[in-house]
Ligand binder design. Sequence first.
Ligand code: FES
Length: 93
Amino acid sequence: MVAVADVPVGGGVILRDRGVVVTQPAEGEFRAFGAVCPHRECVVRSIAAGTVNCLCHGSRFRITDGSVAGGPSPSGLPEHDVVVVDGMVALRP
Ligand code: FES
């Protein structure tokens, strides 16, 4: 789905076409979350300073577990299980 090397440590990438955010909170630790903000269903737009950010109304979600770090979202981003195979991060089928 995405190469390990393309996911910044302490940050992540937003795969808009897949509707998924992949983060690497610590070296070698990967997480994946749904990219649709639970507030009004905008797709999240940026990752900075440890949070995934929805620019529609300012909700922020922690890269560690998708939980709400600020803004109006009533809940966090849903988490998906991931596997790392041959240098690629993929969703667990
Ligand atoms: S839709 Fe994301 S903060 Fe409102």
